[in-house]
Each structure stands twice: as structure tokens, then as C-alpha cells.
Design a binder for this molecule. Structure first.
Ligand code: CP
Length: 338
């Protein structure tokens, strides 16, 4: 059992052992029980987390900050505008300086083709653990909370559990690829049968798809790719209807007016990719609906479905707190070892 996670970076769970992930899940469950009893052991007393957000966040920001408070530590809520990086300070200098002052650096940077590189650059130069709070490729904090939630409903043996990860229409913004990519990498490692559906104009990254297939082969899971939402949803135990941007449709995605217009045109062809009561009826009778949130209500999924008895979205959101606390305490202090 790999339990000593002190000092480890978390950019993606794909380079973590399954045993290490199980340690995080076990510890998350313990911390959830303590939280329910109003008990808050101060594993991180006097410790500081630097959180740097290049984008908006509700769940990630507040689960990490509340988590640090509950563990007896403190989180700085930073944005580029508050930092000298907005004047060009390098990732190396930023990482070195923050490492001298606190115990962990967490970053959200979802700019396509930039975010993951930035996080890895910081991690290379940091002397303290670096946690991804989401980049353009991965969202490990979401994926681990999702896995915890799935285990709460279906138990630890998830072999054969059918999960539909399906693209859905949305207009709020072109959402990063990182949530579905982290889900399809992680779920087959725990035996799940994942069906991914997306229009051809909204592909996931090929290297992630290839790795997800390998993960499934090596761990007794299964993954398939279809081009209709109905085909993924049919007989699913869990449906995750979520938008992601069409970045991967372009040979070399550049964020300019021309590309955005083309992506917008592609989007408007697929307004019918909504998870609604007709589609809910073709999933399993007691199926669950999950969503990382925020949802584009009545675009990705109807209110009727998202607020139905099938929905476990608020359990999923709450588990962001418990899994974040588990990770912070394990990576910073090593507490939570078996
Ligand atoms: N799911 C998620 O990461 O939510 P936020 O963007 O609100 O952090």
C-alpha cells in the first residue's frame, strides 16, 4: 500500500499508483466522518497554501480554502493581478519564492495549450507540493471527488458499472477538456465501463484517449467511443452530460477571432445534445446523474433531470471538500498514513 505521499505533486492522477489513490479515498472517507461529527484535527496548523486562480471558481476555491481552515492552516486566495507574474515574473522565481514562505502551491490555469505547461513549469522549480486546481488537460481534484461519490453509491467493486461521459451543448463558455479527460483516465482504472460520446467537432485529446484505453486494458475496465448521446446513455448506471470546447478540432488551436467563430458555428449544430427526460428514460431505471458544476441548465441538462431524484450533484460537490482536505493533509504533512 503506497501511503507516504508527503511532498508529492498532483498534476494528474495518471502518474499516481492505484494504491496511492486508494489511500486518498480512505482518508477522505475518514475526514468526512470527522466533519459530520464536527471534529477538525489540526493536521496543518500554521501551514500556508498559496492558491493561484487564473480563472473563476466556486467549488475548487472554497473547498480548498475551507479545507485549509478546517485543518488548522490558512490559504491565500491569489489571482494573476495580485502577483508580479502579471509583470512577467517567471514561473521559476514564483515557485522558488513561494516555496520559501509556505507549504503548498495550488494553481488553476485552463488556457488551452498553456495551463498544463505552466503548472509543470512551477512544479519543476517548486520545493513544496504543487496541486493542479484544473488546467487545460487535467482536473484531478474533480475526478477524485467523482470517484469517491461513485464508491459511496455503488461500493468499491465498480467492475462493469456503466458510466456515460457525454458532450453536451452549452453557451456560457467553451469549457476545458480537463474534466472528461480526467474521468476517462481514472474510471477504467477502477473497473468501470466508460462510454464517451461527442460530435466529431468536439474531440478529446488523442494521447489521452490512447492512455485511457491502456488504463482500461490493464485494469479490467472498458472504454468505448460513440458519436451519439443516446448510444452512450443507453443502459448507463451513471450519466455525466457536460460541455467541452472544440479546441481539438483544429490542427493548431490558436485563440483568435477566426477560431472562436468556427468553434461557435460548430457548437450551434449540436443544440440537441441535451440530457433530458427522454434520454433519462433510456438509461438504467435507477441511474444517477453527475455533473462537476457549474451546469448550463436547460442546455447541457434540463432542470427536470438535474433536480430529479436521480441527481447526486450536491454529494459530488460536497466531496470536493473531503477529498481536498485528504490531499492537502497527505501531501503537506503526510498525516493520514495507514
Ligand atoms: N467543478 C469545478 O471545478 O467547479 P469550480 O469551477 O466552481 O471550481
Amino acid at each position: 500500500m503506497e501511503t507516504n505521499l508527503r511532498g508529492k505533486h498532483l498534476i494528474t492522477f495518471d502518474d499516481w499508483s492505484k494504491q496511492a489513490i486508494e489511500t486518498v479515498l480512505d482518508w477522505s472517507n475518514e475526514l468526512k466522518k470527522l466533519h459530520a461529527m464536527g471534529e477538525y484535527p489540526e493536521y496543518l496548523k500554521h501551514k500556508t497554501l498559496f492558491m493561484l486562480f487564473f480563472e473563476q471558481s466556486t467549488r475548487t476555491r472554497n473547498s480548498m480554502e475551507a479545507g485549509m481552515t478546517q485543518l488548522g492552516g490558512h490559504a491565500h486566495d491569489l489571482t494573476p493581478g495580485k502577483m508580479q507574474l502579471s509583470h512577467g515574473e517567471t514561473p521559476r522565481d514564483t515557485a522558488k519564492v513561494l516555496s520559501r514562505m509556505g507549504e503548498c502551491i495550488a494553481i488553476r490555469n485552463c488556457f488551452h495549450n498553456i495551463g498544463n505547461r505552466y503548472l509543470n513549469d512551477i512544479a519543476t522549480h517548486s520545493d513544496v507540493p504543487v496541486i493542479s486546481m484544473q488546467d487545460d488537460v487535467y482536473h484531478p481534484l474533480q475526478a477524485i471527488a467523482d470517484l469517491m461519490t461513485i464508491q459511496e453509491y455503488y461500493g468499491k467493486n465498480l467492475k462493469g458499472l456503466k458510466v456515460a461521459v457525454t458532450w453536451a451543448y452549452a453557451t456560457s463558455h467553451a469549457k476545458p477538456l480537463s474534466v472528461p479527460q480526467s474521468q476517462i483516465l481514472l474510471f477504467p482504472r477502477f473497473g468501470m465501463d466508460v462510454a464517451v460520446a461527442n460530435p466529431k467537432e468536439f474531440p478529446l485529446q488523442k494521447n489521452i484517449i490512447d492512455k485511457a484505453k491502456t488504463n482500461a486494458e490493464q485494469n479490467g475496465g472498458h472504454i468505448s467511443f460513440v458519436d451519439e448521446m443516446d448510444d452512450a446513455v443507453k443502459n448507463a448506471d451513471i450519466v455525466i452530460p457536460k460541455n467541452w470546447g472544440g479546441f481539438g478540432y483544429f490542427d493548431n488551436y490558436v485563440d483568435n477571432e477566426e477560431t472562436q467563430k468556427a468553434m461557435q458555428n460548430n457548437l450551434e449544430k449540436h443544440k440537441d445534445w441535451i440530457y433530458d427526460s427522454r434520454r433519462l428514460a433510456i438509461a438504467k431505471k435507477d441511474s444517477k446523474i453527475m455533473h462537476a458544476l457549474p451546469a448550463d441548465r436547460n442546455k447541457e441538462v434540463t432542470d427536470e433531470v438535474l433536480d430529479s431524484k436521480h441527481s447526486i450533484i450536491y454529494d459530488e460537490a460536497e466531496n470536493r471538500l473531503h477529498t481536498s482536505k485528504a490531499l492537502l493533509s497527505l501531501l503537506i504533512s503526510g498525516r493520514g498514513w495507514k
